[in-house]
Design a protein around this ligand. Structure first.
Ligand SMILES: C[S@@+](CC[C@H](N)C(=O)[O-])C[C@H]1O[C@@H](n2cnc3c(N)ncnc32)[C@H](O)[C@@H]1O
Length: 274
């Protein structure tokens, strides 16, 4: 470990300012191991050299540093139960209560897009038996690299092996060399944009369902509250918020009511304030 305490503190402050991610002392090894490849690619002998460049205000490097320090772990139909609840309860429920027959879903912190595309594939099963409905999925992430990967809709064999059901691979993907590319029917339901959850959402329409999974865990309490207040701005009253298995709105935002649906837990926006 060669990372100086002052360099660690400089990086954690920069990450907090740009992404609100809370990197506590103890994460020195993570910072060093993730930044070392960037330092090497610049010809620096260690991460200290990279931090010196950042200190001089080399802003072109900050995106790469934020990208390297965010965890982009995701998979198809991750954790299964939220997607079962989506088909069996959330979708019928919002379809019943929407006047316009337009259903909008936000995959917030979408990483490389597997969550948004998993929802799109389920919607393509549902739409033929529900004529008159249209659906839109918007995926947002702070990482430009992830947004571009999601837009490309191209996935490696390793990635498709993670949770994708075989019939969906056959039905919705084309093989491109060693990778797999999603067909237009699925892609056309989804749009991906860059967005920081710590800032009020722009380019996100009023939504019926928000998937905000496995990202609140990286924020401190104040940021969690801020992010939930931003979700409330676009989630219509009566709409549903789906969080990661280790996340809750409890003690953070009283406008959400916890509901158990089979083996999934969702949070209904009651329309009240925090
Ligand atoms: C662990 S992944 C979760 C992906 C997906 N939601 C899932 O559950 O599979 C967390 C994602 O949050 C994104 N992220 C981190 N901080 C963010 C912020 N402030 N605003 C928007 N996205 C953020 C990261 O870039 C990363 O892609």
């Amino acid at each position: 470990m060669t990372l100086q305490a002052t360099d660690f503190s400089f990086v954690t402050q920069m990450i907090r300012q740009r992404s609100s991610i809370d990197l506590q002392p103890g994460k020195e090894y993570l910072v060093e191991s993730r930044l070392a490849p960037i330092a090497r690619s610049l010809g620096e002998k260690d991460v200290g050299g990279l931090v010196a460049r950042l200190r001089k205000g080399d802003s072109s490097l900050s995106d790469a540093v934020v990208d390297a320090l965010t965890t982009n772990e995701t998979s198809w139909f991750r954790d299964t139960h939220p997607f079962d609840a989506f088909v069996q309860f959330l979708l019928p429920e919002v379809a019943k209560s929407t006047m316009s027959r337009q259903i909008n879903i936000w995959s917030a912190a979408c990483s490389s897009g597997q969550e948004a595309y998993s929802l799109a594939m389920l919607l393509l099963d549902w739409l033929p038996s529900h004529p008159g409905y249209t659906v839109r999925i918007i995926g947002t992430d702070i990482s430009q690299k992830m947004v571009e990967r999601a837009r490309s809709a191209r996935f490696s064999q390793l990635e498709v092996n993670r949770g994708l059901r075989a019939p969906y691979l056959v039905k919705h993907f084309d093989q491109s060399g060693r990778d797999w590319t999603l067909r237009p029917a699925v892609r056309d339901l989804c749009r991906f944009e860059r967005g920081n959850l710590a800032l009020p959402p722009t380019n996100v329409p009023t939504c019926d369902i928000v998937f905000l999974r496995n990202v609140l865990i990286y924020f401190d309490l104040d940021t969690k509250r801020t992010v939930l207040s931003h979700v409330r701005k676009v989630l219509r009253p009566g709409g549903y918020l789906v969080l990661g298995g280790a996340e809750s709105t409890l003690n953070l935002d009283e406008a959400f009511q916890r509901q158990e649906l089979g083996r999934a837990v969702v949070f209904r926006h009651t329309g009240g304030a925090a």
